[in-house]
Design a binder for this molecule. Sequence first.
Ligand code: FAD
Length: 380
Amino acid sequence: MTATPDWNQLGDAEFRSRVAAFVQEHCPPSLRHLGRRPRWSEVGGWYTTLARHGWLAPGWPTEWGGMGLHAARHLLYIEEMERCGAPWMPDSGVRNLGPVLIAHGSDDQKRYWLPRILSGTQVWCQGYSEPGAGSDLAGLRTSARVEGDELFITGHKIWTTAAYDATHMFALVRTEPGSVRQAGISFVLLSMDQPGVTVRDIRNIAGEVEFCEVFLDNARTPLANIVGPMNDGWRIAKSLLGFERVWAGSPRKALAALWRTEELARRDHSRLAADAAFVDRLTQMRLDVEDLQSLYQRFAQLLRQGELGPEVSALKVWATETGQRASELLVEAAGGGGLLEDSGPLGAFYDTRAPAIFSGTNQIQRNLIARNVLNLSGKP
Ligand SMILES: Cc1cc2nc3c(=O)[nH]c(=O)nc-3n(C[C@H](O)[C@H](O)[C@H](O)COP(=O)(O)OP(=O)(O)OC[C@H]3O[C@@H](n4cnc5c(N)ncnc54)[C@H](O)[C@@H]3O)c2cc1C
């Protein structure tokens, strides 16, 4: 058996080519460049293949079965997987819950849950948002009552990605009766397979079922499934935001839309290249995407050095809005006939709407920049 290399020591190009070779060898071609979110029944095999080869959890430490990649290398891993067309997976357990457990879980919790996440015997969803508690997450009202050594949870979660396939949910719930805002919230783990849990699908703008509403009616979970101290869930939930915001600032969607627009311009030279206004906008878009790529590299470097500051909100806003403009140009380049023949441009258009909403909406990012970077108090 060949020894596992130290992934962080390989050069970027060598690392990228190893990821590409892995996808080429192990990912079924039918799953590549799928253009939609596959169900667990389709993608579970790929998940367990990654796990078997130690490739499932790039950001986890090696002692817990991860690849131990530092943050910038982790970004490279995700980028290369996407470039090679590896499919989206319901991997909230790997991406979100695992790092929380590793940082804040008890030894018993780590020993029990981490191997189950890795093996794919549990599929996790994230239960934070509620109707009336999205941007203002501290307004959440789902509550949990302690009875004996159990919690009884009642409330309504929404926009829960892939809850239709999840066996478990990690959720923020109010455990202190009468508490307000960030106080009195706990980070809990619960099984979806019980009478008190009802899942209802929500169809997105592209007509696909991507997320759900989850109704909790005295759903039960042992007190031992609270991660960190009771009523300290807010601090725990917030500890992961840095990486998410850099990732949300990746230029990949803008780049993909730009490449497709350039391809269309080459194919339909007489219609597009003869249009001076279009060429002007395409050139501007190229420059914008190049600027974005340099900014992204700069933030990836700061993340690697552990020096990420509140300015990262600007990256998220810039990347998501550049992605939207790039996809709008692609739709325009495809033209009416092109849109009928190929669903790709419209798919890219829809796909670039959501990133301006999740991981903190762009308006909220602008508020953060105003307050934490520009020191504007909002008072006259
Ligand atoms: C594709 C997708 C997947 C998601 N997956 C999950 C998931 O798995 N689990 C989960 O818990 N959540 C998930 N979410 C939910 C996401 O976190 C919320 O949509 C997000 O926090 C915004 O909350 P909201 O939808 O309630 O909008 P609201 O908070 O109601 O905002 C509505 C509008 O008002 C603006 N606004 C609100 N407050 C302010 C303010 N103070 N200043 C200026 N403007 C403001 C917002 O920017 C937005 O434009 C997902 C969302 C999407 C789009």
